[in-house]
Design a protein around this ligand. Structure first.
Ligand SMILES: O=C(O)[C@H](O)CO
Length: 407
Protein backbone atom coordinates (compact mmCIF):
# COMPACT_ATOMS: atom_id res chain seq x y z
CA UNK A 1 0.00 0.00 0.00
CA UNK A 2 1.36 3.40 -0.91
CA UNK A 3 0.06 6.75 0.35
CA UNK A 4 0.91 10.21 -0.95
CA UNK A 5 0.43 12.70 1.87
CA UNK A 6 0.07 16.18 0.38
CA UNK A 7 -1.64 18.71 2.66
CA UNK A 8 -1.36 22.49 2.77
CA UNK A 9 -0.58 24.14 6.10
CA UNK A 10 -3.42 24.44 8.62
CA UNK A 11 -3.32 28.17 9.25
CA UNK A 12 -2.16 29.23 12.75
CA UNK A 13 -1.90 25.56 13.69
CA UNK A 14 0.49 23.41 11.61
CA UNK A 15 2.93 23.92 8.76
CA UNK A 16 2.28 21.70 5.74
CA UNK A 17 5.07 19.42 6.86
CA UNK A 18 3.69 19.15 10.40
CA UNK A 19 0.26 18.37 8.95
CA UNK A 20 1.78 15.68 6.71
CA UNK A 21 3.52 14.17 9.73
CA UNK A 22 0.29 14.13 11.77
CA UNK A 23 -1.53 12.40 8.90
CA UNK A 24 1.23 9.83 8.52
CA UNK A 25 1.20 9.04 12.24
CA UNK A 26 -2.55 8.36 12.11
CA UNK A 27 -2.39 6.18 8.99
CA UNK A 28 0.57 4.24 10.37
CA UNK A 29 -1.49 3.03 13.36
CA UNK A 30 -3.44 0.87 10.90
CA UNK A 31 -0.86 0.42 8.13
CA UNK A 32 2.57 0.38 9.83
CA UNK A 33 4.24 -1.20 6.79
CA UNK A 34 2.76 1.04 4.12
CA UNK A 35 4.94 3.32 2.00
CA UNK A 36 4.43 7.01 2.82
CA UNK A 37 5.52 9.72 0.42
CA UNK A 38 5.37 13.08 2.22
CA UNK A 39 4.75 16.10 -0.02
CA UNK A 40 4.12 19.33 1.94
CA UNK A 41 2.06 21.55 -0.37
CA UNK A 42 1.00 25.18 -0.80
CA UNK A 43 -0.89 27.33 -3.30
CA UNK A 44 1.41 30.33 -3.59
CA UNK A 45 0.06 32.00 -0.44
CA UNK A 46 1.39 31.99 3.09
CA UNK A 47 3.44 28.86 3.77
CA UNK A 48 4.66 28.41 0.19
CA UNK A 49 8.31 29.10 1.03
CA UNK A 50 8.31 26.69 3.97
CA UNK A 51 6.42 23.98 2.03
CA UNK A 52 8.74 24.10 -0.98
CA UNK A 53 11.87 24.23 1.14
CA UNK A 54 10.61 21.25 3.16
CA UNK A 55 9.54 19.32 0.08
CA UNK A 56 12.84 19.76 -1.74
CA UNK A 57 15.31 19.70 1.15
CA UNK A 58 16.14 23.33 0.44
CA UNK A 59 17.30 26.12 2.73
CA UNK A 60 15.67 29.15 4.30
CA UNK A 61 17.52 32.43 3.79
CA UNK A 62 17.06 35.85 5.33
CA UNK A 63 17.71 39.36 4.11
CA UNK A 64 17.22 42.76 5.68
CA UNK A 65 14.81 44.69 3.48
CA UNK A 66 12.42 47.62 3.75
CA UNK A 67 8.87 46.90 4.85
CA UNK A 68 5.91 48.70 3.18
CA UNK A 69 6.59 51.79 5.34
CA UNK A 70 10.33 51.66 4.59
CA UNK A 71 11.43 50.37 7.99
CA UNK A 72 14.16 47.71 7.96
CA UNK A 73 12.91 44.17 8.65
CA UNK A 74 14.38 40.71 8.39
CA UNK A 75 12.51 38.77 5.68
CA UNK A 76 12.75 35.07 4.92
CA UNK A 77 12.82 33.46 1.48
CA UNK A 78 13.89 30.04 0.29
CA UNK A 79 16.30 28.30 -2.02
CA UNK A 80 15.02 24.96 -3.25
CA UNK A 81 17.02 21.79 -2.87
CA UNK A 82 18.40 20.04 -5.94
CA UNK A 83 15.95 17.18 -5.72
CA UNK A 84 12.60 16.31 -4.26
CA UNK A 85 13.13 15.21 -0.72
CA UNK A 86 10.92 12.94 1.35
CA UNK A 87 10.50 14.60 4.76
CA UNK A 88 14.15 15.59 4.71
CA UNK A 89 15.33 12.04 4.07
CA UNK A 90 15.96 9.99 0.94
CA UNK A 91 15.60 11.68 -2.39
CA UNK A 92 12.45 10.64 -4.21
CA UNK A 93 12.83 12.78 -7.29
CA UNK A 94 10.93 11.97 -10.42
CA UNK A 95 10.00 13.99 -13.46
CA UNK A 96 6.43 14.18 -14.55
CA UNK A 97 7.17 11.67 -17.33
CA UNK A 98 8.06 9.23 -14.55
CA UNK A 99 11.86 9.30 -15.04
CA UNK A 100 14.32 10.33 -12.34
CA UNK A 101 16.39 13.50 -12.89
CA UNK A 102 20.12 13.00 -13.30
CA UNK A 103 22.82 15.18 -11.75
CA UNK A 104 23.25 16.82 -15.16
CA UNK A 105 19.53 17.61 -15.31
CA UNK A 106 19.78 19.27 -11.91
CA UNK A 107 22.83 21.33 -12.82
CA UNK A 108 21.07 22.37 -16.00
CA UNK A 109 17.87 23.20 -14.13
CA UNK A 110 19.74 25.86 -12.10
CA UNK A 111 18.92 27.21 -8.70
CA UNK A 112 15.29 28.07 -7.90
CA UNK A 113 14.38 30.60 -5.22
CA UNK A 114 10.96 31.00 -3.67
CA UNK A 115 9.67 34.27 -2.28
CA UNK A 116 6.42 35.35 -0.64
CA UNK A 117 5.98 39.05 -1.31
CA UNK A 118 4.12 39.37 2.00
CA UNK A 119 7.36 38.56 3.82
CA UNK A 120 8.61 42.01 2.80
CA UNK A 121 5.54 44.01 1.79
CA UNK A 122 2.65 42.26 3.52
CA UNK A 123 -0.34 43.71 5.31
CA UNK A 124 0.96 42.23 8.55
CA UNK A 125 3.52 45.05 8.74
CA UNK A 126 0.87 47.74 9.19
CA UNK A 127 -2.04 48.28 11.53
CA UNK A 128 -4.99 50.63 11.59
CA UNK A 129 -2.81 53.44 12.86
CA UNK A 130 -0.04 53.07 10.28
CA UNK A 131 -1.69 51.68 7.11
CA UNK A 132 -1.29 54.03 4.15
CA UNK A 133 -1.77 52.60 0.67
CA UNK A 134 -0.76 55.93 -0.89
CA UNK A 135 2.73 55.60 0.58
CA UNK A 136 3.23 51.83 1.05
CA UNK A 137 5.89 50.40 -1.24
CA UNK A 138 6.94 47.03 -2.63
CA UNK A 139 10.60 48.12 -2.53
CA UNK A 140 11.39 45.34 -0.04
CA UNK A 141 10.03 42.70 -2.42
CA UNK A 142 12.48 43.95 -5.04
CA UNK A 143 15.26 43.69 -2.47
CA UNK A 144 14.28 40.06 -1.84
CA UNK A 145 14.40 39.35 -5.58
CA UNK A 146 17.83 40.95 -5.68
CA UNK A 147 18.98 38.82 -2.72
CA UNK A 148 17.81 35.70 -4.57
CA UNK A 149 19.71 36.80 -7.70
CA UNK A 150 22.83 37.35 -5.56
CA UNK A 151 22.41 33.76 -4.35
CA UNK A 152 22.57 32.65 -7.98
CA UNK A 153 18.86 31.97 -8.57
CA UNK A 154 18.01 31.41 -12.22
CA UNK A 155 14.34 30.83 -11.57
CA UNK A 156 12.22 32.57 -8.97
CA UNK A 157 8.80 31.49 -7.79
CA UNK A 158 7.04 34.45 -6.23
CA UNK A 159 3.78 34.17 -4.35
CA UNK A 160 1.94 37.47 -4.50
CA UNK A 161 -0.98 38.63 -2.36
CA UNK A 162 -1.70 39.68 1.18
CA UNK A 163 0.01 43.02 0.51
CA UNK A 164 -0.16 46.41 2.23
CA UNK A 165 0.71 48.11 -1.06
CA UNK A 166 -0.94 49.62 -4.12
CA UNK A 167 2.11 50.81 -6.06
CA UNK A 168 1.85 48.64 -9.18
CA UNK A 169 5.16 47.01 -8.26
CA UNK A 170 7.02 50.27 -8.93
CA UNK A 171 8.89 49.97 -5.61
CA UNK A 172 9.92 46.42 -6.51
CA UNK A 173 11.22 47.63 -9.88
CA UNK A 174 13.07 50.54 -8.29
CA UNK A 175 14.92 48.16 -5.97
CA UNK A 176 16.02 46.30 -9.10
CA UNK A 177 17.36 49.41 -10.81
CA UNK A 178 14.45 51.11 -12.60
CA UNK A 179 14.15 54.88 -12.14
CA UNK A 180 10.72 56.53 -11.93
CA UNK A 181 11.04 60.24 -12.80
CA UNK A 182 8.69 63.23 -12.83
CA UNK A 183 8.60 65.82 -15.63
CA UNK A 184 11.62 67.58 -14.09
CA UNK A 185 13.68 64.37 -14.21
CA UNK A 186 13.52 63.99 -10.42
CA UNK A 187 12.77 60.64 -8.80
CA UNK A 188 9.17 60.48 -7.58
CA UNK A 189 8.37 59.34 -4.04
CA UNK A 190 7.69 55.69 -3.34
CA UNK A 191 4.09 54.47 -3.01
CA UNK A 192 1.04 54.30 -5.25
CA UNK A 193 -0.04 57.90 -4.66
CA UNK A 194 3.08 59.40 -6.25
CA UNK A 195 2.62 57.44 -9.50
CA UNK A 196 0.32 60.24 -10.69
CA UNK A 197 3.47 62.41 -10.98
CA UNK A 198 5.31 59.86 -13.12
CA UNK A 199 6.55 61.05 -16.46
CA UNK A 200 9.50 58.84 -17.46
CA UNK A 201 10.37 55.22 -16.74
CA UNK A 202 14.09 54.68 -17.12
CA UNK A 203 14.98 50.97 -17.29
CA UNK A 204 18.66 51.48 -18.25
CA UNK A 205 19.81 50.41 -14.79
CA UNK A 206 17.54 47.35 -14.51
CA UNK A 207 19.50 44.42 -13.10
CA UNK A 208 20.71 42.58 -16.22
CA UNK A 209 20.44 39.19 -14.50
CA UNK A 210 16.65 39.52 -14.80
CA UNK A 211 16.90 38.97 -18.56
CA UNK A 212 17.91 35.38 -18.01
CA UNK A 213 15.87 34.72 -14.90
CA UNK A 214 12.52 33.01 -15.25
CA UNK A 215 9.96 34.36 -12.81
CA UNK A 216 6.82 32.38 -12.05
CA UNK A 217 4.09 34.42 -10.42
CA UNK A 218 1.71 32.54 -8.17
CA UNK A 219 -1.05 35.07 -7.70
CA UNK A 220 -3.86 34.81 -5.16
CA UNK A 221 -6.42 36.55 -7.40
CA UNK A 222 -6.96 37.22 -11.10
CA UNK A 223 -8.14 40.83 -10.93
CA UNK A 224 -6.98 43.33 -13.56
CA UNK A 225 -4.79 46.28 -12.59
CA UNK A 226 -7.41 49.01 -12.81
CA UNK A 227 -11.12 49.72 -13.01
CA UNK A 228 -14.02 48.54 -10.86
CA UNK A 229 -12.48 45.07 -10.47
CA UNK A 230 -8.93 46.39 -10.20
CA UNK A 231 -6.38 46.48 -7.40
CA UNK A 232 -7.43 49.79 -5.85
CA UNK A 233 -11.21 49.34 -5.98
CA UNK A 234 -11.30 45.76 -4.73
CA UNK A 235 -8.35 45.50 -2.34
CA UNK A 236 -7.55 49.15 -1.53
CA UNK A 237 -10.17 49.43 1.24
CA UNK A 238 -8.69 46.48 3.15
CA UNK A 239 -5.36 48.35 3.17
CA UNK A 240 -6.94 51.50 4.61
CA UNK A 241 -7.95 53.33 1.42
CA UNK A 242 -10.94 55.66 1.83
CA UNK A 243 -13.29 56.00 -1.18
CA UNK A 244 -11.41 59.17 -2.18
CA UNK A 245 -8.06 57.38 -1.95
CA UNK A 246 -9.40 54.48 -4.04
CA UNK A 247 -10.20 56.94 -6.83
CA UNK A 248 -6.78 58.59 -6.53
CA UNK A 249 -4.93 55.26 -6.51
CA UNK A 250 -6.87 53.87 -9.45
CA UNK A 251 -6.22 56.99 -11.50
CA UNK A 252 -2.52 56.77 -10.67
CA UNK A 253 -2.41 53.13 -11.79
CA UNK A 254 -4.25 53.96 -15.04
CA UNK A 255 -1.57 56.60 -15.72
CA UNK A 256 1.24 54.19 -14.74
CA UNK A 257 -0.12 51.46 -17.05
CA UNK A 258 -0.39 53.96 -19.93
CA UNK A 259 3.27 54.98 -19.49
CA UNK A 260 4.35 51.33 -19.29
CA UNK A 261 2.51 50.74 -22.57
CA UNK A 262 3.92 53.84 -24.30
CA UNK A 263 7.48 53.64 -23.02
CA UNK A 264 8.07 49.88 -22.61
CA UNK A 265 5.61 48.58 -25.21
CA UNK A 266 3.98 46.31 -22.69
CA UNK A 267 0.21 46.31 -22.14
CA UNK A 268 -0.36 45.01 -18.62
CA UNK A 269 -3.56 46.74 -17.56
CA UNK A 270 -6.08 44.05 -18.42
CA UNK A 271 -4.03 40.90 -17.84
CA UNK A 272 -5.76 38.67 -15.27
CA UNK A 273 -3.72 38.81 -12.06
CA UNK A 274 -2.04 42.13 -12.94
CA UNK A 275 -4.00 43.68 -10.08
CA UNK A 276 -2.83 41.19 -7.48
CA UNK A 277 -0.86 42.55 -4.51
CA UNK A 278 -1.70 46.16 -5.36
CA UNK A 279 -0.57 45.74 -8.95
CA UNK A 280 2.70 43.95 -8.20
CA UNK A 281 1.52 41.43 -10.80
CA UNK A 282 1.60 44.19 -13.43
CA UNK A 283 5.03 45.38 -12.30
CA UNK A 284 6.54 41.90 -12.48
CA UNK A 285 5.06 41.34 -15.94
CA UNK A 286 6.32 44.72 -17.16
CA UNK A 287 9.86 44.71 -15.75
CA UNK A 288 10.87 41.06 -15.49
CA UNK A 289 10.72 37.89 -17.49
CA UNK A 290 7.61 36.73 -15.66
CA UNK A 291 4.51 34.69 -16.32
CA UNK A 292 1.47 33.92 -14.21
CA UNK A 293 0.54 30.38 -13.30
CA UNK A 294 -1.74 28.87 -10.70
CA UNK A 295 0.18 28.69 -7.42
CA UNK A 296 -0.75 25.12 -6.62
CA UNK A 297 0.24 24.08 -10.16
CA UNK A 298 3.68 25.66 -9.72
CA UNK A 299 4.20 23.88 -6.41
CA UNK A 300 2.88 20.55 -7.75
CA UNK A 301 5.21 20.72 -10.75
CA UNK A 302 8.16 21.70 -8.60
CA UNK A 303 7.71 18.67 -6.32
CA UNK A 304 6.81 16.32 -9.23
CA UNK A 305 3.52 15.43 -7.61
CA UNK A 306 1.97 13.75 -10.68
CA UNK A 307 4.82 11.29 -11.18
CA UNK A 308 5.00 10.52 -7.47
CA UNK A 309 1.33 9.53 -7.55
CA UNK A 310 1.84 7.07 -10.39
CA UNK A 311 2.12 4.02 -8.13
CA UNK A 312 0.20 5.26 -5.10
CA UNK A 313 -3.11 3.84 -3.90
CA UNK A 314 -4.34 6.86 -1.95
CA UNK A 315 -3.60 10.54 -1.66
CA UNK A 316 -4.46 12.31 1.58
CA UNK A 317 -4.61 16.07 1.27
CA UNK A 318 -6.11 18.80 3.44
CA UNK A 319 -6.12 22.38 4.60
CA UNK A 320 -7.37 24.45 7.56
CA UNK A 321 -10.69 25.03 5.82
CA UNK A 322 -12.46 23.43 2.87
CA UNK A 323 -15.50 25.13 1.37
CA UNK A 324 -16.97 26.36 -1.91
CA UNK A 325 -13.80 28.46 -2.55
CA UNK A 326 -11.63 25.34 -2.54
CA UNK A 327 -12.54 24.55 -6.14
CA UNK A 328 -10.91 27.82 -7.31
CA UNK A 329 -7.27 26.81 -7.19
CA UNK A 330 -6.86 25.96 -3.51
CA UNK A 331 -4.41 23.25 -2.56
CA UNK A 332 -6.73 20.23 -2.02
CA UNK A 333 -8.31 20.79 -5.44
CA UNK A 334 -4.97 21.26 -7.19
CA UNK A 335 -3.57 18.19 -5.46
CA UNK A 336 -6.57 16.07 -6.45
CA UNK A 337 -6.36 17.10 -10.08
CA UNK A 338 -2.60 16.65 -10.26
CA UNK A 339 -2.44 13.20 -8.67
CA UNK A 340 -5.25 12.04 -10.94
CA UNK A 341 -3.22 13.13 -13.96
CA UNK A 342 -0.45 10.81 -12.72
CA UNK A 343 -2.85 8.04 -11.71
CA UNK A 344 -6.55 8.11 -12.64
CA UNK A 345 -7.35 5.31 -10.16
CA UNK A 346 -5.90 6.91 -7.04
CA UNK A 347 -8.30 7.55 -4.13
CA UNK A 348 -8.21 11.15 -2.91
CA UNK A 349 -9.33 12.03 0.60
CA UNK A 350 -9.29 15.54 2.08
CA UNK A 351 -9.16 16.41 5.79
CA UNK A 352 -9.92 19.90 7.08
CA UNK A 353 -10.13 21.84 10.33
CA UNK A 354 -13.55 23.05 9.27
CA UNK A 355 -15.75 22.05 6.35
CA UNK A 356 -17.92 24.86 4.99
CA UNK A 357 -20.91 24.87 2.68
CA UNK A 358 -20.88 24.44 -1.11
CA UNK A 359 -18.46 21.53 -1.24
CA UNK A 360 -20.54 19.23 -3.49
CA UNK A 361 -18.73 20.26 -6.71
CA UNK A 362 -15.45 19.06 -5.20
CA UNK A 363 -16.59 15.44 -5.45
CA UNK A 364 -17.09 15.75 -9.22
CA UNK A 365 -13.79 17.59 -9.55
CA UNK A 366 -11.67 14.81 -8.09
CA UNK A 367 -11.90 14.59 -4.29
CA UNK A 368 -13.53 11.31 -3.27
CA UNK A 369 -14.32 12.15 0.35
CA UNK A 370 -13.94 15.12 2.70
CA UNK A 371 -13.85 14.90 6.50
CA UNK A 372 -13.68 17.55 9.20
CA UNK A 373 -11.17 16.69 11.90
CA UNK A 374 -12.80 18.38 14.93
CA UNK A 375 -14.33 15.80 17.29
CA UNK A 376 -17.13 18.14 18.39
CA UNK A 377 -18.10 21.71 19.28
CA UNK A 378 -15.15 23.54 20.78
CA UNK A 379 -13.46 26.95 20.87
CA UNK A 380 -11.16 28.04 18.07
CA UNK A 381 -8.26 28.19 20.52
CA UNK A 382 -8.91 24.59 21.61
CA UNK A 383 -9.33 23.40 18.00
CA UNK A 384 -5.96 24.96 17.11
CA UNK A 385 -4.28 23.50 20.19
CA UNK A 386 -5.65 20.03 19.42
CA UNK A 387 -5.12 20.30 15.64
CA UNK A 388 -2.26 17.80 15.20
CA UNK A 389 -3.95 15.24 17.48
CA UNK A 390 -7.33 15.66 15.74
CA UNK A 391 -5.72 15.38 12.32
CA UNK A 392 -3.88 12.21 13.28
CA UNK A 393 -7.08 10.68 14.65
CA UNK A 394 -9.04 11.58 11.51
CA UNK A 395 -6.30 10.00 9.38
CA UNK A 396 -6.39 6.88 11.53
CA UNK A 397 -10.15 6.62 10.96
CA UNK A 398 -9.65 7.03 7.22
CA UNK A 399 -7.15 4.18 7.38
CA UNK A 400 -9.65 2.05 9.34
CA UNK A 401 -12.24 2.59 6.59
CA UNK A 402 -9.70 1.63 3.94
CA UNK A 403 -8.82 -1.52 5.92
CA UNK A 404 -12.53 -2.33 6.25
CA UNK A 405 -13.04 -1.97 2.51
CA UNK A 406 -10.27 -4.54 1.98
CA UNK A 407 -11.73 -7.21 4.27
O1 LIG B 1 -2.54 41.86 -1.74
C1 LIG B 1 -3.64 42.07 -2.23
O2 LIG B 1 -3.96 43.15 -2.75
C2 LIG B 1 -4.68 40.97 -2.25
O3 LIG B 1 -4.28 39.85 -1.50
C3 LIG B 1 -4.94 40.56 -3.67
O4 LIG B 1 -3.79 40.15 -4.28
Amino acid sequence: MKFIIAPDSFKNCMTAREAAEAIRSGLAVVFPDAEYDMVPMADGGEGTVQALVDATGGTLRQATVLDPLQRPVLATYGLLGAGVNNAGQAEQGGRDDGSVPTAADKAEAGLTAVIEMAAASGIGFVDEATENPLAATTYGTGQLIRAALDDGAERIIIGIGGSATNDGGAGMAEALGVRFLDDQGTAIKRGGGALSKLSTIDTAGLDPRLKTTEILIASDVDNPLTGPHGASAVFGPQKGATPAMVGQLDKALVHYAALIKDQLGCDVARIPGAGAAGGLGAGLLAFTNARMQSGVEIVAQTVHLASRAAHADYCITGEGGIDAQTQYGKTPMGVAQTVRQGNPHIGVIALAGYVGSGISPLYDLGIDAIFGIAPGATTLAQALADGPRNLARAAENVARLIALSQR
